[in-house]
Every structure is written in structure tokens, then in C-alpha cells.
Ligand binder design. Structure first.
Ligand SMILES: Cc1cc2nc3c(=O)[nH]c(=O)nc-3n(C[C@H](O)[C@H](O)[C@H](O)COP(=O)(O)O)c2cc1C
Length: 340
């Protein structure tokens, strides 16, 4: 796969998974089986958004051992994304830079794919985005909720992709109040008296402490279920060695680990353990997943490490995570959350 250009390799992976050629692993550890905002997960290691933008292979990724799978980002209308090339491997840094720009086939196609995959057991989330040319971006998130309501197990409001100009401004105080206010109103309308599926907010790692406090406050005010920390970074940590390190876009993988874990810890402090957090960014081993959990994550997600280590990574992470928990005297993953 690594001999192919990155996007071709990605497409080939999706085709192989669709053809049933993916690996199979079922985690049966009672130490790792957990609950995230009412979602029952066989293990806390999820697939992050961006791998399966159109919900084509969620079943295969659950069968490969992920504890939950987040599809998307999906926007109401299909859009082509940015001109190619827009995805770059940084092999010497075990990283990737992408400026895909929410390329996806839109909500109708996503819904049809989700419908076809629903006979698979396991938790599938829909990560919602906004069209680049949308006049009312907040309305796009509400449209996503309405269109996919009842079809997935949770939603993520993604306001942190760096490749849709202005999207991350929704993390600012007034814009966030408007967004979360309208999302929670739609959620109440859609659920009526029935319980609502969890709705998470996905944030960038490039946030200062004042902004973090404000986001936590808004999340609590509007009843958002949890926060996913983090998306890719627009920063470029010192010491990147690979040829493509100066490409524009969001950086993910190993060099994102320390920044995203620091921001996760700041969110854990700001929310005093009250808001469930999902840790993402640079996880490539059981040790990394364990560090995120101890920094305050109730569950974790990964994407970039799959590119370098392949899908056998999920089994390795689950086994290593269980061994580390036991070695430190934790009877269950729950006990380790926020103990760093
Ligand atoms: C090629 C690529 C595409 C991505 N697309 C999305 C996306 O559509 N929506 C989103 O919320 N995150 C997207 N992400 C971000 C990932 O979900 C994740 O937050 C980030 O890559 C950090 O995790 P990692 O270091 O394990 O990859 C994308 C990441 C990559 C590498």
C-alpha cells in the first residue's frame, strides 16, 4: 500500500475492506469493556473520523476490532474537496498532513450506506461537517442531525477541521453559543420524550486555556454529551524531518501526541471530570492509549497510525492496554481515567 500515492492507497484499502479482506479481531476483555455516555463498547479504542468519510466500511472496521467507528465528516451536499495532491505522508515522523477539505458524497449517500451496514453489531457515529459554500453553516449541522437521526449511535459536531476556511471560528464564544443552542434545540425536537443519542463536540488542539474554559462552559450549558480532543494541528512542532513537512493542512500522527494530550489534560482539569472526554491524536501503541486514558479520556480514537502499522494494530493496542491496566493494579479501565 505504501508504494501507492497516499489517496490511491486509501481508496485501495476501502475497496479491500468492502471486499471482505479486512482482518478480524473480537476483543473479549472484561477489563476493557466499557460504557461511553450510554454506548456499550467492547473496548475503548475507536476509529477516528476521516478514514471512512462516506460510511462505506464501518462494519468491516468494527469486525477488525475497533470498539466504535466514527464515519464522516459528512456535509449536507456532496463536495469534491480541495485540489489534489492534498494528502501527504511524513514517513520519517510517522505523521500525515492533509488538506482534504471535507471531500464526501453528501448526506443522502451516507444515509444509504449506513442503512446497508446497520445489520452489523457495534457502535457507529456520524461526524457532521458544513459545506464550504454554505451561507448558514450552523444550519448544516442541524440538517445532518435531522437526516441521520435514528440511523447511528452517536453524533459528532466537527468544528475543528483546518481545511474549511472559517470553520474553526465556530469555536469562538458567540459562534459556539449560537451553534450549540441550535443543535440542542434540534436535538430536543427530534428526541421528544425518548432519550437522545450522545452528541459530542470535536475540537482543535490549537486552543488557549481561556478558550478551553469557555468551551467547557458552553458544552455544559447546552447539554453536549462529551468532547473529542483533538483534530489535526495547524502548528508544526520542531524537529519534523520529512520532505512534506511544510505542506499546508492539518498535521496528525506521532508529532501530534504531546500537544493533543496536553490539551486533553487541560480539558479534564477545566471540566473537573464531569464531561466525558475522548482522546485522539498520535496514538500508535497501547502505551499511548493508556497515557490518554490516564490524562482524562474515557475512550480514545486513532487514524494515522493505521497507515503505518496496519489494522493489526487494534489487537496489539487492546492486549497491551489490558496488560498495562493490570500491571498498575486497575481492575477496570474506568478506574484509570484521569489518574495521571
Ligand atoms: C486524511 C485525514 C482525514 C481526516 N478527515 C477528518 C474529517 O473528515 N473529520 C474529522 O473530524 N477529522 C478528520 N481527521 C482527523 C482525525 O479524525 C483525527 O482527529 C486526527 O487525525 C488525529 O488523530 P491521529 O493522529 O490518530 O490521526 C482526518 C485525519 C486525516 C489524517
Amino acid at each position: 500500500m505504501r508504494r501507492l500515492p497516499p489517496e490511491a492507497a486509501h481508496r485501495a484499502s476501502l475497496l479491500a475492506l468492502k471486499a471482505g479482506l479486512g482482518p478480524r479481531f473480537a476483543c473479549t476483555s472484561e477489563v476493557l469493556r466499557t460504557d461511553l455516555c450510554g454506548l456499550s463498547l467492547p473496548n475503548p479504542v475507536g476509529l477516528a473520523a476521516g478514514f471512512d468519510k462516506d460510511a462505506e466500511v464501518a462494519g468491516a472496521m468494527l469486525a477488525a476490532g475497533f470498539g466504535f467507528v466514527e464515519c464522516g465528516s459528512v456535509t449536507p451536499r456532496p463536495q469534491p474537496g480541495n485540489p489534489k495532491p492534498r494528502l501527504f505522508r511524513l514517513p520519517r515522523d510517522k505523521a500525515v498532513i492533509n488538506r482534504m477539505g471535507f471531500n464526501n458524497k453528501g448526506l443522502d449517500n451516507f444515509a444509504a450506506n449506513l442503512h446497508a451496514t446497520r445489520q452489523n453489531p457495534g457502535m457507529i457515529g456520524a461526524n457532521l461537517g458544513a459545506n464550504k459554500d454554505s451561507a448558514d453553516r450552523v444550519a448544516d449541522y442541524v440538517t445532518g442531525l435531522e437526516r441521520l437521526w435514528g440511523m447511528c449511535d452517536y453524533f459528532t459536531i466537527n468544528i475543528s477541521s483546518p481545511n474549511t476556511p472559517g470553520l474553526r471560528d465556530l469555536q469562538g464564544a458567540d459562534a459556539l453559543d449560537d451553534l450549540l443552542g441550535r443543535v440542542s434545540e434540534a436535538r430536543q425536537k427530534l428526541s421528544g420524550d425518548a432519550p437522545s443519542p450522545p452528541v459530542f463536540l470535536k475540537v482543535a488542539p490549537d486552543l488557549d486555556p481561556a478558550r478551553i474554559e469557555r468551551i467547557v462552559e458552553a458544552v455544559r450549558t447546552y447539554g453536549i454529551s462529551g468532547i473529542i480532543i483533538s483534530n489535526t494541528t495547524i502548528s508544526r512542532p520542531d524537529g519534523l524531518k520529512s520532505r512534506h513537512r511544510d505542506e499546508a493542512g492539518g498535521l496528525s500522527g506521532k508529532p501530534l501526541f504531546s500537544l493533543s494530550t496536553k490539551v486533553l489534560q487541560e480539558f479534564a482539569q477545566a471540566s473537573a471530570g464531569v464531561v466525558p472526554l475522548i482522546g485522539v491524536g498520535g496514538i500508535g501503541s497501547g502505551a499511548d492509549a493508556y497515557t490518554k486514558i490516564r490524562a482524562g479520556a474515557s475512550a480514545v480514537q486513532l487514524y494515522t497510525a493505521l497507515i503505518y502499522k496496519g489494522p493489526g494494530l487494534i489487537r496489539a493496542i487492546c492486549h497491551d492496554l489490558e496488560a498495562r491496566l493490570k500491571a498498575d493494579g486497575f481492575a477496570h479501565i474506568r478506574e484509570a481515567i484521569g489518574t495521571l
